[in-house]
Design a protein around this ligand. Structure first.
Ligand SMILES: NC(=O)c1ccc[n+]([C@@H]2O[C@H](COP(=O)([O-])OP(=O)(O)OC[C@H]3O[C@@H](n4cnc5c(N)ncnc54)[C@H](O)[C@@H]3O)[C@@H](O)[C@H]2O)c1
Length: 334
C-alpha cells in the first residue's frame, strides 16, 4: 500500500476511526499485491477478486488503482495442506525469489505491506518480513506467525527505520472481541470465571487451511493469548477454529460459553452465538492498521509500537484488556 492525498471519504459504517494520525481511508492507495494463485497472478488486482478460490462477496474499489497488479511471490510453504488441492500454483511464482519481492516493494514505492498469508505458512510469511526489512517497508502482520513477538525481528525492523505491527489481526467485532469483552465485563463486576470455550466454523479458504492441525496450532496459541490478556489465568479454556463447512463460504459462526462464580457462590453461565461475514470484518481493522503503521513512521517511531497494537491484534507483544487497548489506540490515532 502507498499513501496519497485524495478527497475526504464519507463516514462508513463499522469504520471505527474516520482518521488515524490525520489519514483518511481515501488517503490509502493499494498499489500492488502478491500471490501464488494462478487465477490471480498477472491480473489487475481489481479483477483478481473473481478468482474461484475467493468467497468474499463485498469489495471496495476505494484506493485501488485500475492497473494495480497482482505480482508473483515465492511459493515456499504457502499452499501446504488442504489449500494445495483447491489453488493452482502460478508458474511465475515457482521462479520468483525474495529479492524480487524486495525489489517490487521499492519499485512500487510501497510504504506499508500487509501480510495476509495462510496461517502456518511460516517460511513464506518470514520471507515477506525479510523482504520488507531489505526494502525498509513497514509491516502489518495479520497472521498468527510470531513476527512482532520476535525480539530479533523487532530490532531488525527498527534498524531499517520501519515499523512492525502484529501479530494476528483481531477482527472488528469478531469472536475474540466479543469473548474478551464479556470476560472483562464479568471480571469488572467481581465475578470469577471458572471455564470457557469458543468454537468457530466457516467455509472460506482460511477455514479450509485451518482444518489441518499442522497449520492451525499458532491460531489456537494466539486466541489463548487474547483470553489471557483479558484477565483469564488458571481457568479451563479452549478457543480456536473448530471446523470447515464449505457451504458457509465467507460466513463465520462463533459459539462462546463462559461459566463464572458470582455472589454467595451462585453460578452464572453465558452462551452466545455470533454470525459475521469474515472478510469485511477484517477489512476495517486493516484500514486502521495500515494508517497506524504510516502514522508511527511519520512520528519517527520504528520497531513495534505498543499503543497501536494492543487493540488491532490478538497477540501483540504486550496484550491489554479490550477497554485499555481501545483507549490506548484512540489516543494514538488522534
Ligand atoms: N477475518 C479475517 O479474514 C482474519 C482475521 C484475523 C486474522 N486473519 C488471518 O489473516 C491471514 C489471511 O486470512 P485470509 O482469510 O485472507 O486467507 P485467504 O485464504 O483468503 O488468503 C490467503 C492468500 O495467501 C495466498 N498465498 C499462499 N501462499 C502465498 C505465498 N507464498 N505468497 C503470497 N501469497 C500466498 C493465497 O493464494 C491466498 O490468496 C490468516 O493467517 C488468517 O488467520 C484473518
Amino acid at each position: 500500500m502507498a499513501l496519497a492525498q485524495e478527497s475526504p471519504d464519507a463516514q462508513l459504517p463499522g469504520l471505527m476511526c474516520h482518521t488515524v494520525g490525520g489519514y483518511r481511508l481515501s488517503d490509502v492507495r493499494v498499489v500492488a499485491a502478491f500471490d501464488v494463485d494462478a487465477a490471480k497472478v498477472g491480473r489487475p488486482l481489481a479483477e483478481a477478486f473473481t478468482a474461484p478460490s475467493v468467497s468474499a462477496t463485498k469489495f471496495t474499489q476505494l484506493g485501488i488503482d485500475r492497473d494495480s497488479p497482482v505480482l508473483p511471490a515465492p511459493l515456499l510453504d504457502g499452499l501446504d495442506g488442504p489449500l494445495g488441492t483447491l489453488v493452482e500454483t502460478s508458474a511465475a511464482a515457482l521462479e520468483t525469489t525474495s529479492e524480487s519481492v524486495a525489489k517490487a516493494l521499492v519499485d512500487h514505492e510501497v510504504h506499508v505491506l500487509v501480510i495476509t498469508l495462510p496461517t502456518g505458512a511460516s517460511q513464506a510469511i518470514r520471507m515477506f518480513a525479510q523482504a520488507a526489512i531489505a526494502a525498509g517497508v513497514t509491516v502489518v502482520n495479520a497472521t498468527p506467525e510470531k513476527l512482532a513477538r520476535d525480539e530479533d525481528l523487532r530490532r531488525r525492523f527498527a534498524d531499517a527505520g520501519a515499523v512492525l505491527l502484529g501479530d494476528d489481526l483481531r477482527s472488528h467485532v469478531g469472536a475474540t472481541s466479543l469473548h474478551t469483552t464479556l470476560i472483562e465485563l464479568l471480571i469488572s463486576r467481581g465475578l470469577v470465571p471458572t471455564s470457557t470455550y469458543q468454537l468457530n466454523v466457516g467455509g472460506n479458504t482460511d477455514f479450509l487451511n485451518l482444518a489441518d492441525a499442522s497449520r492451525s496450532a499458532s491460531k489456537f496459541d494466539s486466541k489463548a493469548n487474547a483470553l489471557r490478556a483479558a484477565g483469564l489465568t488458571d481457568v479451563a479454556g479452549a478457543a480456536g477454529p473448530t471446523g470447515y463447512i464449505g457451504h458457509l463460504a465467507d460466513t463465520k459462526v462463533c459459539f462462546a460459553n463462559i461459566k463464572a462464580t458470582s455472589v454467595l457462590g451462585s453460578e452464572l453461565e453465558i452462551d452466545v452465538k455470533l454470525t459475521v461475514e469474515d472478510s469485511p470484518n477484517a477489512a476495517g481493522v486493516i484500514a486502521n492498521a495500515v494508517r497506524a503503521g504510516q502514522t508511527a513512521v511519520d512520528r519517527g517511531l520504528s520497531g513495534s509500537v505498543d499503543d497501536a497494537s494492543a487493540l488491532l491484534f490478538k497477540s501483540p507483544p504486550h496484550g491489554l484488556p479490550e477497554s485499555e487497548a481501545r483507549a490506548s489506540f484512540l489516543n494514538f490515532a488522534s
